[in-house]
Write a protein that binds this ligand. Structure first.
Ligand code: B12
Ligand code: SF4
Length: 464
């Protein structure tokens, strides 16, 4: 059968293209079973016309959307504008997994997949091809001709990721993706995260299916994948996108021992501060690591533990960043602002810890409540979401839809815009200035204008 995947990447900040691992994995599995796949990547501004043309030219049997909540509004718009659909429509991804009742808000969506999609999707395609009923396939919620929705229980997590073929990178212009992010190829070697951060979707994704959630492909297969990608494409850095790269100690050690025997390209990784210690850093250094990204999220220890369920001390965070720096790795911190119960005073603790740490680079996101997550549901229950803004405004983590008397929208935006200056002012104004522009009201427009010299600015500001 002919399947057209649709990946919407609209209004995403920063201008880098991205590879969607879920689609890459589903595509390789479907191709292995004799199906034909294509991708329509809607990037930048919303424009449905090229998609209309793709649909007319390709005439797919099935149209498959992958949805994260911030992009959900655009998927609904596409569905509406191109209705009625000739092809069967199905969606999967984080949002339908965390909040499956979203199918009720999409009358043109025939089915959604809750959780991992490889086998449910294959089951669906086989049934459609053979004209069999489709309403009893595990993990699928299906809209019947009468309009009723059948909700099937999910199948268990795939136990052994090695049984999946390597991800399909040919489905997109992979070289363009690599080039748009300073020649960086991204990899996702495992699935799942054992932690419970309330603003993140992982605790719900984990609860949706049975069986162990945190899994890794075997190291040798991961190295084969790196070889394949670096041979086929021109790549200068590898970004290992896994939520927590070092969560399975034996896998991490094996990877760090075997990787440098075969490759010399620098790797960039994610970690939790409490995972960083001397022996971990030694292994990372051995594996040519050049940057470690760690979530701080909030600088107030008690707030971080009580509201975000991130139980670690400030001391351990400061120590982790320092250790990484001592080993010569660049560091990057992730932070949030505009959270429930937060105040401008509490946010100052986030500024302070970043100023103390002085990371080479950082991200500050304005909190966006994802429906179905612990913190998203709390915002809903407590009436913190401004209903007008939720429907009308795309926030993309640079604005807020919360209405909180103790931390108003104006205050949140002010904190967001001043963060770079406050963090870097005592260290380096040269570093603060590019960030101030990036986080300013006109940041996105300016970034687009200076696209040709982006690499130079990044080197200047972050040293990478
Ligand atoms: C890697 C990653 C990225 C990468 C790759 C983008 C991507 N969409 O995959 C990058 C860095 C680019 C990224 C960007 C963003 N991300 Co992100 N990302 C992740 C991460 C850490 C892993 C996802 C992954 O690759 N898993 C492995 C693959 C194989 O699984 P998968 O994508 O889930 O797909 C499987 C199933 O979901 C299903 N499936 C998926 N699509 C479909 C479609 C059909 C038809 C079917 C049947 C099944 C199906 O089958 C797949 C195979 O089993 C998750 C956290 C997590 N645990 O999921 C966050 C996550 C998905 N990201 C999230 C967000 C919010 C974003 C951004 C909006 C952030 C931002 N402000 O820029 C952007 C959005 C980009 C976009 N347009 O999608 C949220 C989504 C929240 C939600 N409830 O919707 C998550 C869950 C993290 C969180 N904070 O909770 N992200
Ligand atoms: S450690 Fe990161 S990926 Fe894991 S639950 Fe927390 S925020 Fe999500």
């Amino acid at each position: 059968m002919k399947i057209l995947f649709i990946y919407t990447d609209i209004n995403v900040r920063g201008g880098a293209l991205s590879y969607q691992f879920g689609i890459g994995q589903l595509s390789s599995v479907l191709k292995k079973h004799g199906h034909e796949t294509r991708l329509h990547h809607m990037f930048g501004a919303y424009d449905v016309e090229p998609l209309r043309a793709t649909l007319a030219a390709y005439s797919p049997d099935v149209v498959a959307f992958s949805i994260v909540y911030p992009q959900y509004r655009y998927v609904r718009q596409i569905l509406k504008e191109l209705s009625p659909w000739k092809a069967f429509t199905i969606a999967g991804g984080a949002h339908p997994t965390v909040f499956p009742s979203c199918i009720e808000e999409m009358p043109d969506m025939n089915a959604i997949c809750v959780g991992e999609g490889e086998y449910p999707f294959l089951g669906l395609l086989d049934a459609l091809k053979e004209g069999r009923p489709i309403d009893a396939i595990p993990s699928l919620w299906v809209r019947t001709p009468s309009g009723a929705i059948v909700r099937n229980d999910p199948c268990p997590f795939i136990e052994n990721l090695d049984e999946l073929p390597p991800m399909d990178r040919e489905i997109c212009d992979y070289q363009a993706i690599v080039d748009s992010d300073f020649k960086t190829a991204t990899f996702q070697f495992g699935r799942g995260c054992p932690f419970d951060c309330t603003y993140c979707s992982n605790h719900i994704i984990r609860a949706r299916q049975k069986g162990p959630y945190v899994r890794f492909r075997s190291v040798d297969l991961c190295l084969d994948e790196i070889r394949e990608v670096t041979t086929r494409y021109s790549v200068q850095n590898l970004y290992l996108n896994d939520d927590t790269f070092m969560v399975k100690k034996s896998w991490f050690e094996e990877f760090c021992e075997k990787y440098p025997r075969q490759f010399s390209l620098p790797i960039l990784v994610n970690a939790r501060p409490e995972q960083i210690n001397e022996s971990v850093c030694k292994l990372l250094a051995q594996a040519h690591c050049t940057r470690v990204t760690m979530g701080i999220e909030h600088g107030n220890e008690k707030y971080r533990a009580d509201v975000l369920r991130r139980r670690m001390t400030n001391e351990s965070i400061v120590r982790a960043f320092k250790l990484c720096r001592d080993f010569g790795f660049k560091t990057k911190s992730h932070n949030l602002v505009g959270l429930p119960d937060e105040t401008p005073e509490l946010h100052r603790d986030t500024v302070k810890i970043n100023a103390d740490i002085y990371p080479d680079s950082f991200n500050l996101h304005i909190f966006e409540p994802y429906p179905g997550t612990h913190l998203g549901d709390r915002c809903e229950r407590e009436g913190l979401i401004d209903p007008e803004r939720r429907e009308k405004v795309f926030v993309g983590q640079t604005d807020t839809i919360l209405k909180m008397p103790q931390f108003t929208r104006e205050q949140i935006l002010k904190c967001f815009r001043r963060f770079p200056y406050e963090v870097y002012k005592k260290h380096s104004l040269f570093k603060a200035i590019p960030y101030l522009i990036y986080y300013s009201r006109y940041g996105e427009k300016i970034i687009r204008m200076i696209q040709p010299i982006k690499r130079f600015i990044r080197k200047f500001a972050m040293g990478v």
